[in-house]
Design a protein around this ligand. Structure first.
Ligand SMILES: C[S@@+](CC[C@H](N)C(=O)[O-])C[C@H]1O[C@@H](n2cnc3c(N)ncnc32)[C@H](O)[C@@H]1O
Length: 278
């Protein structure tokens, strides 16, 4: 991220909220990977910036072995717990920055980046990924947004996202917070140029079907979705966290006194990038 320095507080305190409050990826995610990449159960997967394993865990059955890596140790704790709940074994969890990908991590048939690449030193990580791919392997940039959905239609209201954003700004200021500093212009979105500049060809895009319809979201889930955000991470509120959560609940109850919301998960797509032949 240009002019912005990563620090360990970026997602501090968000991990349990991330697991509790983010919308799950569509159940068809694994089938979409299998079909897009022609997977046959062989090879290894590396998920960089895996968070609580939201993508790592559903994909694990498609590979011989899977590695989930995240810089935030609490995220990896949540991922371990989620994998145990899902009965998924054979995942190696690594606490490290993607930029410091350990030398002995091995090579991979697939490397996934889901809602994480924008936080990395992107050319550096894209270069490391290229070195780690098996012949015929691919990098998959998962296009997704799991914190905020689209209008549900139906009887239940959507969470009042704009009012919530305004409340966050009232507490934390107009400039978007990110770890110890701010990101006034947000994170970069021009990853295609970065991948091409790092020797990848693509993307070939595969939409992930999602027939779930509107997802019901309870007040606690919506509160957690907010506290899962880097720009509303619990630590940023300091000793005003309790006051913020009280005000947040009041905003939510003004829309849904019974605490019941709904929203449609935004579309998810797989952007497949392959190394250009050297
Ligand atoms: C928005 S979450 C995405 C989690 C998961 N991949 C998903 O799609 O639900 C971003 C994750 O990237 C991790 N992260 C941010 N910068 C990182 C870095 N430099 N190296 C490794 N992980 C990093 C954060 O700790 C966080 O867990």
């Amino acid at each position: 991220v240009t002019g912005w320095q990563w620090d360990a507080s970026l997602f501090a305190g968000t991990a349990p909220h991330y697991r509790a409050g983010r919308m799950a990826y569509p159940p068809a995610l694994a089938d979409a990977f299998r079909d897009a990449l022609g997977l046959d159960g062989r090879g290894r997967l590396l998920d960089l910036g895996c968070g609580p394993g939201s993508v790592t865990i559903p994909l694990a059955p498609l590979y011989e072995q899977v590695v989930g890596l995240d810089a935030d140790a609490a995220m990896v704790d949540q991922a371990r717990a989620a994998a145990a709940d899902a009965g998924v074994r054979d995942v190696e969890w690594v606490v490290a920055r993607a930029e410091d990908l350990p030398q002995d991590v091995g090579s991979f048939r697939t490397v996934t980046l889901a809602q994480s690449f924008h936080w990395f030193d992107r050319p550096r990580v894209a270069g490391l990924v290229r070195e780690r791919l098996d012949p015929g392997g691919a990098l998959v940039h998962v296009q997704a947004m799991t914190h905020r959905g689209e209008a549900p239609g139906g009887d239940l209201p959507a969470p009042p996202h704009d009012e919530v954003d305004a409340l966050v700004r009232r507490y934390l200021g107009q400039e978007r917070r990110a770890g110890a500093s701010t990101l006034p212009a947000g994170t970069p979105g021009d990853e295609a140029e970065v991948f091409r500049g790092s020797g990848f060809d693509g993307p070939e895009r595969f939409p992930v079907p999602d027939d779930r319809g509107p997802l019901e979201r309870g007040e606690d889930e919506v509160v957690s979705a907010v506290l899962s955000l880097s720009w509303a991470a619990p630590h940023l509120f300091g000793d005003r966290l309790e006051a913020f959560v009280g005000d947040l609940r009041a905003v939510l109850r003004a829309t849904a006194p019974d605490g019941r919301f709904a929203e449609r998960a935004p579309p998810v797509a797989l952007d497949v990038w392959r190394p250009v032949e050297r």
